[in-house]
Design a protein around this ligand. Structure first.
Ligand SMILES: Nc1ncnc2c1ncn2[C@@H]1O[C@H](COP(=O)(O)OP(=O)(O)OP(=O)(O)O)[C@@H](O)[C@H]1O
Length: 552
């Protein structure tokens, strides 16, 4: 434990004055509004480090972080682990609103009353509710809110558990989520830190609450500490962002003198067809990879319908042997600890050179229990299981191209890991069929990818975040950053809806780039199989958005 005045930012970073004030605040609630790349996520990780190291969140009290997307929650958790180490990170609970609400429902289900009562083995479904038996994802937050309003013990336990609460991407909180937050923490002694950027508000379609950052500031008497830096993007990219900021929120724009310099590139590519676009973009990606850009630093962002709009590009990349990951098809599997465990196991067994997967596997497997009944440390038993599997997979009789050959190895591994350990990987595995669904999904994905070329290493690369170029929706890319970004299809047909919403979405997309940004549009997109009747083959470039790239 150290004194507050002895704490310094971890990782050798220096923090601008308001960031330092937010990180080290010990009594008031804080709201940090800042543009892209200002270091909001980093600020939360630094704040966690400050609170843990100075004993401000006294053991066993924990920090709760609530994000909107599974990836964002995971990013924050791994940033905290990177900054403060695993021991402190164990006391940092990073959830999505949904996951956190589900946890409350599972812990305090009997507090639900009337029409909302639920059987102990209730199920979750995407669309259909069956009273007492099944609820939908959208009902998690209102059900959890009812629990907090009805049950003083639930509320008390929550407040007892968390001394500090972090709210990431807070501009996108909905009315319901905000009500939930108020029921949980208003009037308690937890200290809240909210970070966000109103210009990146892209969830209005999902009910994001207008002015939620100001409302929070008033309701929770939170101290505003705006940030002004952008640590992510090169000056040329920042000038483009700044031109958009001038139109969206003039008071937040930077003076030109702060944005001098020629580093960074912005390219607009106009194509006559989606097929030409696929070739042009694939050539650009080939060049980046040849210049040693890691695949994970390249992202292609698409407004929506990634599988359809990105189909030609996907085919072109596959033809060139470039591993890409369609985030829509692979869903949130990598965010699932059980899926990560299986994939890391396969990487270690199928590929000689995966010390990263090996280390991660060891970390995950040993997290839950470290000594077996004979007193043998799990690590060494796991090492033996892995080495046996590696020998089996290298035997001449082993057909590496066939999914059926891998199945017995996977089964042996899962049996070794054991059901209780798998269940303990995530609270959501402790009830219902979630764990089995995840295992089934990850095995299906591996089977599908392996069938493409019979190469297990390439198949695993395509399922990984590190080894593949990403094709991803704009909604999903929130909070992420990449050296190279392609925004594919800047067309009115894709960026439909209110112009202000289209602008925020485009702003989120272009502001993910650190060094190089390419934006494209195509005059025609042939209707792919699976597209619905609204698919328009003739496309209209979104000229007002494309114009932000002029004269930068
Ligand atoms: N104080 C700092 N000094 C140097 N680099 C920093 C600092 N703070 C953040 N960074 C780096 O800048 C980049 C952007 O930070 P971060 O992702 O936290 O920004 P953000 O405000 O959450 O962005 P966005 O809202 O666009 O998602 C990251 O690479 C991060 O490591």
């Amino acid at each position: 434990m150290i004194r507050a005045e002895d704490w310094v930012p971890v990782g050798g970073l220096s923090l601008e004055p308001n960031a330092l004030a937010a990180v080290t605040e010990t009594s008031e609630n804080v709201v940090v509004a800042a543009g892209p790349g200002a270091g909001k996520t980093e600020l939360l990780a630094q704040r966690a480090d400050f609170l843990f190291r100075t004993g401000s969140t006294r053991y066993p009290r924990r920090i709760l972080a609530i994000s909107f997307k599974v990836d964002a929650a995971r990013n924050l958790q791994s940033r905290v682990r990177l900054r403060s180490g695993s021991q402190y990170a164990e006391r940092f609970d990073s959830f999505t609103f949904h996951a956190f609400a589900k946890r409350l429902i599972d812990n305090y289900r009997p507090a639900l009353t009337g029409q909302n009562t639920l059987e102990p083995d209730y199920r979750v479904d995407a669309d259909t509710r069956i009273q007492g038996e099944q609820i939908t994802f959208n009902e998690f937050v209102p059900f959890a809110l009812e629990i907090l309003q009805n049950n003083v013990y639930a509320r008390g336990a929550l407040r007892q558990t968390y001394s500090h609460v972090f709210l990431d991407e807070f501009q996108d909180a909905t009315k319901e989520q905000y009500a939930f937050l108020k029921a949980a923490f208003m009037g308690g002694d937890a200290q809240l830190t909210a970070v966000g950027d109103v210009k990146q508000r892209i969830m209005t379609w999902a009910g994001a609450l207008e002015g939620v950052m100001d409302t929070f500031m008033a309701d929770f008497t939170a101290k505003p500490l705006p940030l002004y830096q952008n640590f992510r993007s090169n000056p040329r990219l920042r000038r483009m962002q700044n031109r958009m900021i001038l139109d969206m929120d003039p008071s937040a724009a930077s003076p030109d003198s702060d944005l001098m310099g020629d580093a960074g590139t912005i390219t607009v590519l106009r194509f006559s067809s989606a097929e030409d676009e696929a070739i042009g973009v694939a050539e650009q990606i080939t060049e980046w990879l040849a210049a040693a850009t890691p695949p994970s630093e390249i992202a292609v962002l698409i407004r929506n319908q990634v599988s359809l709009v990105g189909a030609s590009l996907g085919a072109e990349l596959a033809a060139r042997g470039i591993a890409y990951r369609n985030e829509h098809d692979s869903q949130d599997l990598t965010a699932e600890p059980a899926a990560a465990l299986v994939l890391n196991y396969l990487r270690v067994v199928a590929d000689e050179r995966r010390p990263d997967a090996y280390a991660e596997l060891m970390r995950m497997a040993s997290r839950t229990s470290d000594v077996d009944s004979q007193g043998e440390v799990l690590d060494s038993r796991l090492r033996r299981v892995l080495s046996q599997a590696r020998s089996a997979a290298r035997a001449e009789s082993f057909d590496r191209t066939s999914f059926a050959s891998w199945m017995p190895l996977i089964r042996t591994f899962l049996k070794f890991i054991s059901r209780p350990v798998l269940n303990a990987l995530s609270p959501s595995y402790q009830q219902g069929s979630r764990l089995d669904d995840v295992l089934k999904a990850v095995l299906n994905s591996f089977n599908k990818e392996l069938a493409l070329d019979g190469n297990p290493v390439a198949a695993l690369n395509r399922l990984s975040e590190e080894d593949a170029v990403r094709l991803i929706t704009i909604h999903k890319c929130k909070g992420m950053e990449f050296e190279k970004v392609v925004v594919l299809g800047v067309e009115a047909d894709l960026f439909f809806g209110k112009p202000a919403d289209a602008m925020s979405e485009y702003f989120v997309a272009i502001s993910r780039a650190k060094d190089d940004l390419v934006v494209t549009c195509a005059a025609t997109r042939t209707k792919p199989p699976g597209a619905n009747s609204r698919w328009s083959e003739k496309r209209t470039p979104y000229e007002s958005l494309l114009a932000y790239t002029d004269e930068i």
